[in-house]
Design a protein around this ligand. Structure first.
Ligand code: 2NL
Length: 377
């Protein structure tokens, strides 16, 4: 803290001396006064006040001594007064300089102490996060299909009705296109088939298949891809429903791909994902974009196939839908349906994660409660 010391005003009595000894005595008193004043100057401010009080050009003590003691002194004392004044001046200047150096050193010292980093303080602890269970499932599934030679591609979540429906053999009045299931954008509108601005609204993709159509448009077979991502379907959220979920679709198209290849790939995937003890079975199903279509079931992971509440005593659990790509789809992407064949599948990431970790409420994935997330670290 800076102080604001008051150096006492030093009234200067007239020089009352007739001998050099008396002159020396009066200068001695002045010097004592200065030394007392100097004691009061303990910081920069105080030092300046001290300096101005004693060396100030107009009314500093030394100026007044010159004016009122030296100048009017009788000739026989002038030499003694002059000499004493010079000595006093030398003393004042030297003392001021020494004091200034000491004050600055002390200020530097306290600044150093004040600004020193305390390296012994504990650091900021940043808790380690963990991968979200859905992300872990994504990565596990991607690992399995990468090991089979598939590549991973991603695409837009906002789509045109053409890529989301038409090219997948879902015609205009198919129930899957119902407004009840699909989120449509108020704007902008999709271009028509000729690339002209159209009136059909864009939508949020209801599956990741549109990106598979885009991939087939870009390249001829062989194709082996998986497409992970978010998909949207209008729904009211509860323990088993959401308006957004995650999907990984897969597609393999080549010459001579048979139902056997399809079955082998499905069995390999299920065993890699759920473990070697699990058996799979295929049940007939229906999708507009595959023919034949199947549901893939696995022996219940909770009871090992004996029957429990989760599998409703059947011993089997439904995993995902799949099938051989319907030749109608090849027509849209200009593949020769006589030359090529293939299979496709659509995995629900939430569902597979639930089965793997026995999670009973879909909403847990999206509430970001660390008590839930921490269990998957
Ligand atoms: C399900 C079933 C499926 C497909 C998705 C597909 C994609 C193309 C061509 C043919 Cl480009 N098929 N995808 C096939 C069968 C089933 O999803 O339950 N999804 C949640």
């Amino acid at each position: 803290m800076e102080t604001n010391p008051t150096i006492p005003a030093r009234p200067l009595p007239p020089l009352d001396a007739t001998t050099p000894e008396r002159v020396a005595a009066q200068f001695g008193e002045l010097r004592t006064q200065f030394d007392q004043d100097a004691e009061l100057a303990t910081d920069e401010n105080g030092w300046k006040v001290l300096r101005d009080a004693w060396l100030g050009r107009k009314s500093g003590v030394l100026t007044r001594v010159t004016e009122t003691w030296l100048k009017p002194s009788p000739p026989e004392l002038k030499r003694a007064v002059g000499q004493a004044l010079n000595e006093l001046k030398a003393h004042v200047e030297a003392a001021l300089e020494a004091r200034h150096a000491a004050i600055q050193a002390a200020a530097d010292q306290s600044a150093l102490a004040r600004e020193r980093e305390d390296l012994s303080l504990p650091g900021v602890v940043r808790p380690l996060g963990s991968r979200h269970p859905l992300r872990q499932t994504f990565e596990e599934i991607e690992r399995i299909f990468l090991s089979l030679g598939y590549s991973v591609v991603a695409g837009p979540e906002m789509e045109t009705p053409y890529y989301n429906f038409e090219a997948l053999n879902i015609p205009e009045h198919h129930p899957a296109r119902d407004n009840m299931d699909t989120f449509y954008m108020a704007a902008p509108f999709a271009n028509d088939a000729q690339g002209k601005p159209g009136v059909a609204p864009l939508l949020l993709r209801t599956h990741t298949s549109p990106m598979q159509i885009r991939a087939m448009e870009k390249q001829q077979p062989p194709v082996r891809i998986i497409v992970p991502g978010k998909v949207y379907r209008r729904d009211n959220p509860d323990a088993t429903h959401g308006f957004m979920f995650h999907q990984i679709e897969g597609l393999a198209v080549d010459t001579d791909i048979t139902f056997c290849d399809f079955k082998g790939t499905v069995e390999y995937f299920v065993r890699e994902f759920l473990g070697p003890k699990v058996k799979t079975r295929l049940r007939p199903s229906y999708f507009p974009f595959t023919e034949p279509s199947v549901e893939v079931d696995a022996t219940c992971v909770f009871c090992g196939g004996k029957g429990c509440n989760v599998c409703k005593q059947s011993g089997w659990i439904e995993l995902f839908g799949a099938g051989m790509v319907d030749p109608a789809v090849y027509g849209f992407v200009h593949y020769d349906a006589k030359k090529y064949s293939g299979f496709a599948f659509g995995l629900g990431v939430e569902r597979l994660t639930q089965l793997k970790y026995n999670i009973n409420d879909l909403q847990l994935y999206f509430q970001n409660d660390v008590r839930f997330l921490r269990q998957f670290a």
